[in-house]
Design a protein around this ligand. Structure first.
Ligand code: UDX
Length: 443
């Protein structure tokens, strides 16, 4: 079976590499030359733990090319795993999916199954099927299968090889059988349904998780007001198996390439169909506010941020990725800069991409020490291990005013009890709030 995967981003490349791991020979297609060059040198263009090792291990089964025309020509199964970014109105931009669909239609010479892995609005699989059939240049049969992806960045390889389910939206028994042959080596449970339901499973799953996060974030905000501790609350809730203990970690909101875009896209789709999706609208609104929570906290300590030395720990939207999409750092840093703060940031993995957006406006540090030295306040945006495992006495030793605003609840409250560090986290009481007199900080 000749398998081709179009798109070498998180979804496409991880899918291709995992398919090779279970024995398939896979051709990866992309339109970006630098990516294909890197892949041909054995390097992954994305930071994803374990991926490069698996690429190496299966290098005889993987080919990378810019030549989609040739790759699609005699393919049996073609996966489309290109991006569907957000448009200004919140809807999904299907430009790249259609570009690939066109190239497939114009070049396939074999009957083929075309699998849409990209997250696409409900009804897209059907439209793509018609589009490809209308543009075919040869007399071949095609079928479209919806096969959404549930991998998380940072754990993408494990999430794919040990997925909890494989969702297949199919129109025919034939397509189902071929897809089961593709996934035979994974030995995972299937959910077989129609294509609209498969498309909806993806949005409904992502949006439910986003809603769950926004829910615990609202509870956290209320915990701070009424003196409860959100971690204990989440623990108590999570032990109820009907609720489950995952995705109950309060913080400064969800970011990344999926939750923000997929909540907005489903909300857009509902509006377009004259339906108001109240829960998802609320999740989006809560998340927008939550991302600025640390700034609000900072203003409790300082009337003005002008001239303050701000230490920033973590720039990426979550640990173990270099992805900055919708990261809270990107919401906060422009405001801090506007307010006249001097920013020093530390994120060895996220730095490179952040520098492209802010090349000179902030100082990128090489060590935690350098970042914290003389800081008047510290913002933690990402729960990287280097933050969680650092010696917290560094805050006291190095900062001019040791105020730590932790957007990801990286530490236990107890660890700050015998220190002079003001530790202000999410949904928990602030430790040592009164130790640093407000007027000292406001100096
Ligand atoms: C997500 C989904 O988990 C995955 O199934 C889908 O295919 C793509 O979108 P990803 O964006 O890689 O994956 O990361 P995830 O680990 O889900 O985290 C998303 C955001 O939610 C991060 O900003 C994270 O910090 C935040 N989050 C997650 C919380 O704030 N609290 C939690 O309890 C969990």
């Amino acid at each position: 079976m000749k398998i081709v995967v179009s798109g070498t981003g998180y979804v496409g490349l991880v899918t291709a590499v995992c398919l090779s791991e279970v024995g398939h020979t896979v051709t990866c297609v992309d339109v970006v030359k630098e990516k294909i060059d890197m892949l041909n040198e054995g390097k992954s263009p994305i930071f994803e733990p374990g991926l490069e090792e698996l690429m190496q291990k299966n290098k005889d089964k993987l080919t990378y090319t810019l030549n989609g025309k040739l790759a699609y020509k005699d393919a049996d199964v073609i996966f489309i795993g290109v991006g569907t970014p957000e448009k200004k109105d919140g809807s999904a931009n299907l430009k790249y999916v259609y570009e690939v669909a066109k190239e497939i239609a114009e070049n396939i010479e074999n009957n083929a199954i075309i699998v849409i892995k990209s997250t696409v609005p409900i009804g897209t699989n059907k439209k793509i099927e018609k589009y490809i059939r209308d543009n075919l240049k040869h007399d071949v049969k095609i079928e479209i299968v919806s096969n959404p992806e549930f991998l998380s960045q940072g754990t993408a390889v494990r999430d794919t090889l040990h997925a909890q389910r494989i969702v297949l939206g199919v129109n025919t028994k034939h397509a189902e059988e071929i897809m089961k042959r593709v996934y035979d080596g994974f030995n995972l449970p299937y959910v077989i349904t129609n294509r609209e339901s498969a498309e909806m499973i993806k949005y409904a799953s992502n949006d439910f998780l986003a809603l769950k996060i926004s829910y615990i974030n609202e509870i956290a905000n209320l915990c701070e007001i009424v003196g409860a501790n959100v971690e204990d609350v989440a623990k108590g809730m999570g032990m109820d198996s009907r609720i489950g203990n995952k995705f109950l970690q309060a913080g400064i909101g969800y970011g990344g390439s999926c939750f923000p875009k997929d909540t907005k896209a489903l909300n857009w789709l509902a509006n377009f169909n004259d339906y108001e999706l109240k829960t998802i609208k609320a999740a989006i609104e809560v998340n927008t506010n939550q991302k600025l929570k640390l700034l609000k906290k900072a203003r409790k300590y300082y009337d003005s941020l002008e001239g303050l030395n701000v230490a920033v720990l973590g720039l990426t939207f979550k640990p173990n990725t270099d992805d900055l999409r919708e990261a809270p750092s990107l919401e906060n840093i422009p405001i801090l800069l506007d307010d006249g703060a001097n920013i020093k940031a530390y994120d060895p993995v996220g730095e490179k991409r952040f520098k492209k957006i802010y090349p000179t406006e902030i100082k990128y540090c090489k060590t935690l020490e350098e970042t914290l030295e003389n800081a008047d306040i510290c913002f933690i945006f990402t729960e990287w291990d280097f933050v969680k495992n650092m010696d917290i006495s560094m805050y006291e030793k190095l900062m001019r005013v040791p105020i730590v605003l932790d957007g990801r609840n990286c530490y236990s409250l107890e660890s700050f009890e015998n220190t002079n560090i003001v530790y202000d986290s999410i949904g928990r009481k602030t430790i040592n709030q009164n130790k640093i007199a407000k007027d000292i900080a406001k100096n």
